[in-house]
Design a protein around this ligand. Structure first.
Ligand code: ADP
Ligand code: ZN
Length: 655
């Protein structure tokens, strides 16, 4: 081994191989590690599953070895610290955590170890860091030159524009003020331009180098379907594509969470509920089941998921629309951290738009704040209504131009992991990522301009006639010429537009209304029973100056596309590899999994912390006979080789 106590690229590679058992850095990791280990400040934006942890763990180990002392990791994820520290212990790294779950005695013991210089990485909650007691201890370490690095994880928590605002994060400026010479890095998986600027300002990272990775997650397949019977649609989706897989289903309300979890259980799925209304103990228990058992479906509100680093979540489903694209991207990003194929599935309908609008309108926030929230919601509506590549839309929202916009043939470059496919259409060249619903089966687009004009002029006439506005149901009934009780009650059958759209289905008109709301040509007034109101932008549509193009509703849920996929593409890479194993290797894999489950139970850790599936599959395939053969397999570092090598060889030999 080379001398590892210098802060050189070689030493970082040694740590990557020796401690974590990995062969290569992922593209941005090496630059980040080099910069931070060398004492620079950094802001790291990387998608979930990109590999942020190594970006501070390797500098921490390197700086410790070079005599710079401890790295303090600030994280709001108290419930996960135990497993994070456990994973480091498995790799042979001295780590500990300090949070409110520890007894006074246990916390004292950790503090003592810290002051004696025995800890490489300390995880702590932000409110702990800023206590006078802890600051006094940091002062002592600082005086001795034993503060190596501050890593601020989930840094978007500092911003009120982010969706996980934690006021405690604001107090972290103390780190900069008090320990100006200690390098600081902030890491997050979500940040649109606004949030990013806020992080820089709030954490005083103006001089930090920014590392912004592509936010693309090529292994995630995005699908947004029209909401019809949401729970039946969800069941179909899970049963067709993810039977037995671990997944997360997000719902808006606690009540809905309970109902959907019960329904899934009824249908034989291992589903559990999670929301802020449950006892802390029940929440903890359900989260542990999700992390430790295989194939659990967590049905949850957005209270669930931050920091969940379970690598083999195969799908994330949204039964209700989230507030904005950041939320959607963060939540869907929890799928497929292991890089194997995963699904992000959402069903969405007019009611979602109305509900989200109302929540913003009725919130006590100031007008400026509401204005921003509305803009963010509109961007999400645009994504849901899109008939072109979802991935391009998502990435361009984050100012990520690694995929270029549809219609620009020169710039249309496919990133790694995407097939470079361009389809020539009447509007030009269409970029295809090959892995979202719109690219796999481009939706039929129909011209909804005529229907839109009929709807808008009806809304206008109804307002003139009755002096009040009406909701979507009444307007559609008038346009379709339905003489309902409510229509005759208000004399709306006498309007000149009564029945002008008799040929349209309700589904089509609903789609048009949604689209009109999405493009701002129609407003839903939450203060007045969700009545529809014309806006300044309505005029252009009415005059026929703006064309309204819509996805064909009926073909929204493409059964054939999904069925075709099953044959072509198994759900997970792990399974693909598994499928390629011969019978003997399959058996070895089974035994290895059983062995891993036992070790994980003994250590009170999730199984993937011991070895990832991919590592077990590689072992099953190559059936190593010696420690030397075992050593080359990805995911087996020196410590794990020493701790488990002999047992793994025995399991293999027993076949
Ligand atoms: P993030 O925190 O960015 O969501 P993690 O740090 O949890 O991502 O990493 C995601 C997964 O990728 C983890 O299972 C981790 O072990 C693995 N990983 C990270 N870097 C590498 C690498 N260079 N080689 C192989 N696997 C890696
Ligand atoms: Zn696409």
């Amino acid at each position: 081994m080379r001398a590892a106590h210098t802060l050189t690229t070689d030493s970082f590679h040694d740590i990557l191989h020796g401690v974590f058992g990995y062969t290569y850095f992922r593209a941005p990791q090496e630059d980040i590690i080099d910069h931070v280990a060398g004492g620079g400040d950094a802001l790291v934006l990387m998608p979930t599953g990109g590999g942020k942890s190594l970006c501070y763990q390797i500098p921490a180990i390197a700086r410790q070895r070079a005599g710079h002392g401890i790295t303090v990791v600030i994280s709001p994820l108290i419930a996960l610290m135990h497993d994070q520290v456990g994973a480091l212990h498995e790799a042979g790294v001295a780590a500990d955590f300090l949070n409110s779950s520890l007894s006074g005695e246990a916390a004292y013991a950790v503090e003592q170890r810290m002051l004696r210089g025995e800890i490489t990485l300390l995880y702590a909650a932000p409110e702990r860091i800023t206590t006078p007691r802890f600051l006094a201890q940091l002062d002592r370490l600082h005086e001795d030159g034993q503060l190596a690095l501050f890593a601020i994880d989930e840094a978007h928590c500092v911003s009120q524009w982010g969706h996980d605002f934690r006021p405690e994060y604001r107090a972290l400026t103390v780190l900069h003020e008090r320990y100006a010479s200690v390098p600081r890095m902030a890491l997050t998986a979500t940040a649109d331009a606004l949030t990013r600027a806020d992080i820089v300002e709030r954490l005083e990272l103006q001089n930090a180098r920014q590392f912004v990775s592509s936010f693309d997650r090529p292994n995630i397949r995005y699908q947004i379907v029209e909401k019809k019977e949401p729970t039946a649609q969800l069941l179909r989706f899970i049963e067709r594509e993810h039977a037995g897989d671990a997944g997360i289903v997000y719902c808006q309300s606690r009540k809905r969470v309970e109902e959907v979890a019960a329904l899934l259980v009824q249908h034989g799925h291992h589903a559990l509920p999670y929301h802020a209304g449950l006892d802390a103990e029940v929440r903890m228990h359900n989260q542990n089941r999700f992390l430790r058992d295989e194939g659990v479906v967590m049905v949850a509100t957005i209270a669930f998921g931050m920091g969940i680093d379970k690598p083999d979540v195969r799908f994330v489903a949204h039964l209700d629309m989230p507030k904005n694209i950041e939320g959607y991207y963060q939540e869907t990003g929890r799928a497929g951290r292991d890089g194997a194929a995963a699904d992000a599935w959402m069903c969405y309908g007019l009611q979602d738009v109305v509900n989200q609008r109302r929540m913003i309108d009725e919130s006590p926030a100031g007008e400026d704040f509401k204005h921003i929230q509305r803009g963010k919601l509109d961007a999400l509506l645009g994504l849901a209504e899109a008939s072109d590549c979802r991935r391009v839309r998502l990435l361009s929202y984050f100012d990520d131009n690694s995929l270029s916009l549809a219609g620009s043939p020169q710039g249309a470059k496919a990133p790694a992991g995407h097939s470079e496919v361009h389809e020539v259409t009447s509007v030009g060249v269409r970029y295809s990522c090959g892995n979202c619903d719109n690219c796999i089966a481009p939706p039929q687009v129909w011209d909804g301009t005529d229907a839109a004009r009929k709807l808008l002029s009806t809304i206008y006439r109804v307002q003139q006639h009755s002096g009040i506005g009406f909701g979507a149901g009444q307007i559609m009934d008038i346009v379709r010429g339905k003489k309902t009780e409510k229509v005759t009650q208000f004399g709306h059958e006498t309007l000149s537009t009564f029945g002008v759209g008799a040929l349209y289905t309700e589904l089509q008109l609903r789609g048009v209304l949604r689209q009109l709301i999405a493009i701002g040509a129609l407003n839903v007034n939450a203060q007045a029973f969700n009545t529809l109101q014309l806006t300044d932008a309505s005029r252009a549509v009415l005059k026929g100056e703006v064309a309204v193009r819509l996805r064909e509703s009926a073909s929204n849920e493409r059964g054939t596309g999904n069925a075709g996929r099953k044959a072509q593409r198994p759900t997970a890479t792990a399974r693909t590899a598994l499928g390629e194993l011969d019978a003997a290797a399959q058996q070895r894999f089974g035994s290895l999994k059983a062995w891993r489950a036992e070790v994980a139970r003994e250590h009170n850790l999730p199984a993937y912390v011991i070895f990832h599936d991919a590592t077990l599959i590689a072992i099953a395939q190559s059936a190593p006979q010696s420690m030397a053969e075992l050593e080359g397999i990805s995911g087996i570092g020196a410590r794990k080789l020493e701790a488990y090598g002999a047992e793994v060889l025995r399991v293999i030999e027993s076949h």
